[in-house]
Design a binder for this molecule. Sequence first.
Ligand SMILES: NC(=O)c1ccc[n+]([C@@H]2O[C@H](COP(=O)([O-])OP(=O)(O)OC[C@H]3O[C@@H](n4cnc5c(N)ncnc54)[C@H](O)[C@@H]3O)[C@@H](O)[C@H]2O)c1
Length: 426
Amino acid sequence: MAVLGLGYVGCVTAACLARLGHRVMGVDRDEFKVRSVLAGEAPFYEPGLAQIVRETVTAGRLSASTSIAEGLAETDVVLICVGTPSAKNGNLGLEQLGRVVEELAGLLGERSRPLTIAVRSTVYPGTCEEIVMAPLSGYRQVSVVSNPEFLREGTAVKDFMEPSLLVVGGVDTEAAKRVAGLYASLPVEPCLVSLRTAELIKYACNAYHAVKIAFANEIGTLAANLGIDGSEVMETLCRDTELNISAAYLKPGFAFGGSCLPKDLRALVYRASRLDLKLPLLEAVLPSNERHLERALQILMELPARRLGFFGLAFKENTDDLRESPVVALLEQLIGKGRTVRVFDSQIVPERIYGSNQRYLLAAIPHIGKLFDSSLEQMLAWADYVVIAQKPSSECARLIAESGLPVMDLVSTIPSPQPVVEPTGA
Ligand SMILES: NC(=O)c1ccc[n+]([C@@H]2O[C@H](COP(=O)([O-])OP(=O)(O)OC[C@H]3O[C@@H](n4cnc5c(N)ncnc54)[C@H](O)[C@@H]3O)[C@@H](O)[C@H]2O)c1
């Protein structure tokens, strides 16, 4: 196979794939990098890399060239690892990728052998289609997949050999499996996903890591200002592998609410402000949640529906706690904008609501009692569109499906009126 680009990602990829037993040619326009590899040396410092380059070059499995034509001659798979640096305005620089694809296109005219191209560089969703597939669309023998790289400089060799994640995405599933097969001897199960998921996952991972670091630093700062050991706080937080260090709360869906999260976040941010502390990440969480609610409102306002039947009123299933329920806020807005709605929630009987629940609900929707249906069947018989605002039991899900009504599921999908993809950000 050929690895195009012998930078931090490309050189580690080329050397480690050679270590796994593949015959690899690394290609770079930078003569110094090519000469280094041919001399059995790593072109930059990365722990463990020099030894692998030396061993694999000596064994004849790793070679290098400045010529893409030479790299392409003997191979069925090309891994693109060129740089995608930031432009001045923060946009992604796709010049190196565009140029490499142009060069490849110029070499494919004579070729009839199939070629799989895997893009390992970090690129926006849609880039493989726009910058790689479109210029190569005339070459039927070419398949393009996205195979993002997750290694970290400083531990890149270890990250390659013991991957935390292996992702390959593409329309051509055979090509995706072929690329996943290159890593078959590594201890990881490949995730075969759609092309754009593969492109976005790399950004999602890096954004998540950055958010985790900023979160730990903000909690640590607050702790330090309160004379508390922030490391002890975060270490204790990490001991909870059910709710904290787990997949819990990591599914895109509806806005959060309830009697704890909004209240406690407000209190934390207020306490920090009294200490003259700015905690921008934590301060942004409630506004982010409100924006999410506004988007749901906008989507619901645009539905071709006259009678919206809501499934669920409390902020989650199996509770009758209505305090700070985002569904109540959504209904208040919809009613205010003239929409006709009715509600069914199996845990809520309007006559039995009292105390802080009642105060919260009546302040938002004074005539809420008149909007309740006592059974799901009754609500479904009235509605011409169902809004799922709470996870339904399997029985309720069955009844909703059997009603044949159109459904807007706010809980398990994020509705989008028109998906937008602008890979180049131009
Ligand atoms: N560095 C990391 O830790 C890391 C981790 C994961 C993903 N990534 C992503 O991987 C990609 C590569 O990152 P990097 O740090 O290895 O970049 P880099 O700048 O170190 O290496 C890119 C290499 O591509 C070569 N190149 C560019 N155009 C070429 C062409 N037409 N022909 C031949 N060679 C060409 C350059 O000379 C350079 O050596 C980027 O998209 C980056 O975002 C980087």
